[in-house]
Design a protein around this ligand. Structure first.
Ligand SMILES: *[C@@H]1O[C@H](CO)[C@@H](O)[C@H](O)[C@H]1NC(C)=O
Ligand SMILES: *[C@@H]1O[C@H](CO)[C@@H](O)[C@H](O)[C@H]1NC(C)=O
Ligand SMILES: *[C@@H]1O[C@H](CO)[C@@H](O)[C@H](O)[C@H]1NC(C)=O
Ligand SMILES: *[C@@H]1O[C@H](CO)[C@@H](O)[C@H](O)[C@H]1NC(C)=O
Ligand SMILES: *[C@@H]1O[C@H](CO)[C@@H](O)[C@H](O)[C@H]1NC(C)=O
Length: 266
């Protein structure tokens, strides 16, 4: 089916107002293609890693919209470039711009902030800024994503320990300085975890799979498959709230979106 035929169907389904789309899209609307750049909190579910990337790609897009998860366990803004992942990302952008509107999500911070990485906050911000420039030069649209919260709690009542607030602020400052798109995943995931509390939140942990016996000393950073679906949906909701061109290619899950919005454990 041609996209021009698909468009009225999509707009009916989602009640989109397409009275004033951007000028060039009147002629041809390309499907979205997402290149996901990031660390293990974006990466595929595997030993020692697991993020929101595959949940997002598998469950939130209408074909032919699609994408590729380049999340790399342990990656920093420095290693992602030095190890060749960034060159792959840019290659993918260039290879898809003919047929797709290409978006590159950029989410780092978990490893950049570790002392052993020896990356200052200003270097981190500078590296993010160069990523933004590179994506634009390759013909894609960068979307900065503030880091997914770690699901560690403290206090009574238990609240999320906000260990990524500096990186979150720095990422949003880069977005502002570059006039780039961004979504604040850190705030949304922190808020949701605070609402549902530690037990429900740890159901998403990579190793536990909800086994409360194993909660202490468990992996509060990485997501299992269901966690990837839930936080992948959160990412999608944050994007579609701001960007209509992504909403057009988004397959909704009203129940899950409602649960996330209302702070109810999914
Ligand atoms: C995504 O799909 C792949 C291939 O079907 C599957 O192996 C993986 O478990 C899925 N991951 C998520 C988070 O849905
Ligand atoms: C992009 O296209 C070039 C030329 O066809 C090819 O060599 C390269 O492997 C492609 N890269 C990716 C990531 O698909
Ligand atoms: C950390 O980085 C700074 C600035 O690049 C450099 O001068 C310093 O030697 C590095 N320290 C270590 C322990 O690698
Ligand atoms: C944020 O940066 C400040 C100043 O460098 C530092 O004192 C603080 O510990 C950092 N906060 C976190 C949560 O890392
Ligand atoms: C949609 O959300 C419901 C409620 O959380 C969940 O049970 C279901 O698996 C989700 N479906 C998809 C395709 O993500």
């Amino acid at each position: 089916m041609k996209f021009s035929t698909l468009l009225p169907i999509l707009s009916l389904l989602f009640g989109l107002s397409l009275a004033h789309p951007p000028a060039r899209s009147k002629h041809h609307i390309k499907p979205a293609y997402f290149v996901l750049a990031g660390d293990s909190t974006t990466a595929v579910q595997a030993s020692g890693g697991g993020g929101w990337g595959n949940g997002f790609l598998n469950h939130t897009l209408w074909p032919p919209a699609s994408g590729k998860n380049l999340g790399h366990n342990g990656a920093t803004t420095v290693s992602f470039r030095a190890g060749g992942d960034w060159a792959n990302a840019i290659d993918l952008v260039q290879n898809h711009t003919d047929d797709y509107e290409v978006f590159v999500t950029i989410q780092f911070g978990h490893n950049d902030q570790k002392a052993k990485a020896n990356i200052s906050l200003s270097e981190y911000a500078m590296n993010l800024g160069v990523f933004v420039d590179d994506v634009r030069a390759a013909g894609g649209t960068p979307i900065l994503v503030t880091p997914l919260t770690r699901r560690s709690f403290s206090g009574d009542p238990p609240r999320i320990v906000e260990s990524l607030s500096n990186e979150t602020l720095a990422t949003m400052e880069v977005a502002e300085a570059k006039h780039a798109r961004f979504i604040d995943l850190n705030s949304a995931s922190t808020e949701y975890c605070n609402a549902i509390g530690p037990d429900a939140c740890h159901v998403y942990n990579l190793e536990d799979g909800g086994d409360v016996e194993k909660l202490s000393g468990s992996d509060n950073t990485h997501l299992n498959v269901w966690g990837s679906v839930v936080f992948g949906r959160m990412i999608s909701d944050l994007m579609t709230a701001k960007y209509w061109d992504i909403r057009l290619w988004t397959k909704p899950n009203a129940t899950l979106t409602w649960e996330i919005e209302h702070g109810i454990a999914a």
